[in-house]
Design a protein around this ligand. Structure first.
Ligand code: C2E
Ligand code: MG
Ligand code: MG
Ligand code: MG
Length: 288
């Protein structure tokens, strides 16, 4: 392929790119057995109601515990997995793992939801089967499962009926990284979705210019106008939490409250967030 264009051929000999390509190939072959070798992990990050300060959900975030390189983040292997055609299998495993683990802590915290990211490649008839078997195996109610699809993916989905059928089962659909894709108001109204997750780039610039605040304000208004929930992702400071809360955003997620943690750390995390120190400025209901 690189031979087709002169420009690409030049860059193909760039040592940096060459290194990147061989790492990509090595990762792909290692990833083939990662699932069987039990090297994949699901980490959990809480989402809080900005009105009550309660944890209402977790987002499941994939990690790869590489035997040599240590814990790898999705940006280092998700594209590799997608290109190698491994995402349907890995995605099915994430669904099963996340639903089963969530079912265990909802014994004490009923009503917690779990949000699972899905790649555009996963949005096929097969996804419905994987979702139904994860729910059946974990005994989780469909209303506790949310699937996150990025805005750029959701507008490009050919098979909207898959999303429609998932919603008929009772699963909610969330539009991830909202504001970075190019959906139109008309498209959004047509799409079978329940929630908009404001991309963290906008949330993190909230303390900056008026223009950034205007973007967040209009996304929240847009969501509410068409009957969707608004979630702010990447909330890192109490000022950002107070800002999105005062703009009427429904829930928040970010390092302010917690980084994604392993399954075993979730009960302690729920305890900490349930009983915050009276002076803890992170508690949303204690905000401005
Ligand atoms: P995402 O779905 O938008 O997830 C949010 C990302 O932002 C996560 O990165 C999370 O750790 C990070 N984050 C959360 N709060 C903060 C904050 O306050 N500040 C900053 N700077 N970052 C924050 P992570 O875990 O590296 O995941 C990156 C992306 O990989 C995800 O973005 C998602 O698109 C994808 N991904 C993760 N797990 C899966 C999966 O199981 N399947 C698929 N298809 N994609 C996944
Ligand atoms: Mg997400
Ligand atoms: Mg996101
Ligand atoms: Mg993102």
């Amino acid at each position: 392929q690189a031979k087709k264009s002169g420009r690409n051929r030049c860059t193909a000999f760039h040592p940096g790119l060459h290194e990147q390509t061989s790492r990509h190939l090595r990762r792909a072959s290692e990833l083939h057995g990662a699932l069987e070798r039990n090297e994949l992990r699901v980490f959990y990050q809480p989402l809080l109601s900005l009105a009550s300060g309660e944890v209402i959900a977790f987002e499941a975030l994939l990690r790869w515990e590489h035997p040599i390189e240590g814990m790898l983040f999705p940006e280092e292997f998700i594209t590799v997995a997608e290109d190698a055609g491994l995402m349907p299998a890995i995605g099915a495993w994430v669904l099963l793992e996340a639903c089963s683990q969530t079912a265990r802590w909802t014994q004490d915290y009923s009503g917690l939801s779990i949000s699972v990211n899905v790649s555009p490649h996963q949005i096929t008839e097969e996804l419905i089967v994987h979702v139904q078997s994860a729910l059946a195996a974990s005994d989780l109610s469909p209303s506790q499962l949310v699937l996150e699809v990025t805005e750029s993916a959701v507008v490009a989905i050919a098979n909207v009926s898959v999303l429609e059928r998932l919603r008929e089962i009772g699963i909610r659909i969330s539009v991830d990284d909202f504001g970075t894709g190019f959906s139109s108001l008309a498209q959004l109204q047509e799409l079978p979705v329940d929630e908009l997750k404001i991309d963290r780039a906008f949330v993190q610039r909230l303390a900056g210019t008026e223009a950034d605040a205007a973007i967040v304000t209009s996304i929240i208004e847009l969501a509410h106008t068409i009957g969707l929930n608004a979630v702010a992702e990447g909330v890192e400071t109490t000022a950002q939490a107070a800002a999105v809360r005062s703009l009427g955003c429904d829930s928040g997620q970010g390092y302010l409250w917690s980084r994604p943690v392993g399954f075993k750390s979730v009960p302690a995390l729920l305890q900490r967030l349930k009983n915050p120190e009276p002076s803890d400025p992170r508690h949303p209901s204690l905000g401005t």
